[in-house]
Structure formats: C-alpha cells, structure tokens
Design a protein around this ligand. Structure first.
Ligand code: ZN
Length: 325
C-alpha cells in the first residue's frame, strides 16, 4: 500500500521489492493492518513524508504479522506473532531518545513507520528490528492488530497513574469523551484499572453504546456536562474544544485530564484561558497531552488485550478488506 505523500489520489497497491535483509533482522509475513484517521490524512495528501531520496511511502502503522525468519538469539522464532513499533529515535538522538524514551522525543526529526521518513507495514512482507518488535500472546491471534491503538491509550493511562502519585488521589470515576475505537480502548483500560467508567458520545444507540455497556461502563448520549457525576480522570479523545470544555467542567478537585485528540480549529477562536487557569489553580488540576507510546506501553497494551474478552475486542473491527489495487 503506497502513496506519494502530499499528493491526493496517489494511494494504491503496487509491487515493490522484498525488504532488504540489511534493513532489519526479522522477516515478517503481514497478516493484518489497521487503518485509522492518520492513514486517511496521508491518503488525502495532508500528512506524511517519504524516506529520503524516494517518491513513494509504504503506509500502514497498525501492524500484525507472523515471523518467517529470525536470527538465533533475537528472542523470536518463526511462527511467532509480532507487531512492529511505529516510532524510531531521531538520527542524532535527543536526550529523551538517547535514554530509550523516544515517545517523548524532544525534536521533530524522529521517524515513524508508515508516516514520516520510514516505510510502513502495509506490505505482504516486512522487516523489523527485534528491539522494535512486540511479541503477541498466541491466544490473541489476529486481534493483535489492535495493539498499536491500545499502546497509545496504555501510555495515556500510564501517565495518569504517574501524575496521580503527586498527592492524595482518588481512583474513583473516569470519563472518556467520544465512543470510537480510541475511546473504547481508553474505557477498557480504565475498567481494567478498577475505575467506574463513564463514556459520553452523541449517538443515542448502536454498537458504540453496546460496546461501552458490555464493559460494565455507563454510556451517556449528549453533553458531558450533563452526565450527573464528577470524575477524577478525563480522557479526551474527540479533539473537539467544546467537548473538552464540557468534560473539564466535570473534573473533580485534584483531578487529572488527559488530551489525546488533536484540535483542528483556529486557536484564536477556541480558547478560554481564564476559566482554564482558575480551575487548574484553585482546584489543583492537571491538564496534559500525550502522543505515541514507549516500549513499556506496547508491552502493557499486549497484557491489557490478552486479559480482555476476545469477542468484545472483535467488536472494534468494523470491516475487513483484502489487499488489492
Ligand atoms: Zn529524540
């Protein structure tokens, strides 16, 4: 699956050479690939960068494959299921990348498989370095394709957990905004942590509501300000300013609000710094943003998926299409 980044209408399927053994030690047979909003933005020409000196980019960053070749001592063997980590450290590593925390990179010169500067996993054969391959528990099977989005939420919750260490904190209720796949994954991880989970979305009924209620979480159709309870954690997944502001009004004193959605509106039109300031100062609140995921988050996500109900996870996959041009 390739595209000429920056040029709408160039996405397609084409023959490319097999990946070079010098690129990375593990050779993998691609089994499944998740597509998300980032892939749509790349296909629309809004985003993405090809590798240096090349015109086309192989897209795909939500991978799953079966190891075909693995050198002795790599920790992997043929037949293992693996997912490839997306980000790679910047070439002249910043202090965060040098310390192995490339998800917290201090520069914008990192590479991301299938997104910026590095070919992705959208091919029948791909290669990955053992250090950037995550083993998938065999019982998970093709549901391992959900690992990349799960890793992003594992990081969000890991950051909430770490921030909550600063002082007294009640692990009581949490609110997730939106009920798409990212929100549902945030809800799953909150349930697994023992939170009383609430999800707010505009849809009155349908699969989103069913998936939320199947987790034992409370589903609210409408505005977050009307959910009737205050919460200790908000995970904002919509990237909509109005939704974020409504949810923030439900954040308890000492609460933590995590932003994972990206707002596209003009900043000048969509900010209320005075209210934000008064709540954060007078109520000891924390507002933070998070993106990408480090190695430990991928491993946490694999554990989270392995303990989730497989039939619930299958409900997150809306449709399947073959790799054809
Ligand atoms: Zn860096």
């Amino acid at each position: 699956m390739t595209v000429v980044p920056g040029q709408k209408g160039t996405a397609g399927v084409e023959e490319v050479p097999d990946p070079d053994a010098q690129d990375a030690a593990l050779l993998v047979r691609g089994m499944a690939l998740g597509l998300c909003g980032t892939d749509h933005e790349i296909a629309e020409g809004a985003y993405g960068t090809p590798p240096s000196g090349e015109e086309r980019l192989i897209i795909g960053h939500e991978s799953l494959g079966e190891v075909l070749e693995a050198p002795a001592g790599s920790g992997f063997a043929p037949g293992d299921l693996v997912v490839g980590i997306v980000r790679r450290p910047d070439p002249v590593p910043c202090p965060a990348c040098a310390g192995g925390e490339w998800d917290m990179c201090r520069t914008d010169s990192f590479g991301e498989r299938g997104i910026v500067r590095l070919h992705g996993y959208g091919s029948e054969r791909w290669r990955v370095e053992p250090d950037f391959a995550v083993p998938i528990p065999s019982g998970l099977g093709e549901l391992g394709v959900l690992l990349e989005p799960a890793s992003v939420l594992a990081k969000a919750w890991d950051q909430v957990d770490r921030i909550s260490q600063r002082a007294f904190f009640l692990r009581g209720r949490a609110l997730v905004t939106g009920a798409g796949p990212i929100s549902l994954m945030a809800c799953l991880l909150g349930v697994q942590r023992g939170y009383e989970m609430h999800v707010v979305d505009l849809a009155l009924a349908g699969p989103k509501r069913d998936l939320v209620e199947d987790l034992g979480a409370r589903y609210h159709a409408g505005d977050a300000v009307d959910i009737g309870v205050d919460v200790d954690v908000v995970i904002e997944c919509t990237g909509l300013g109005a939704v974020g502001r409504s949810a923030a009004r439900r954040l308890a004193s000492g609460g933590i609000m995590c932003l994972t959605g990206i707002m596209n509106l003009s900043p000048a039109l969509d900010v209320d710094a005075t209210t934000l300031n008064r709540n954060m100062v007078l109520r000891n609140q924390v507002l933070f943003g998070t993106v990408n995921a480090g190695r430990r988050h991928w491993e946490q996500a694999a554990q989270a998926l392995a303990t989730a109900d497989p039939s619930w996870l299958r409900g997150l996959i809306t449709r399947r299409v073959p790799l054809t041009s």
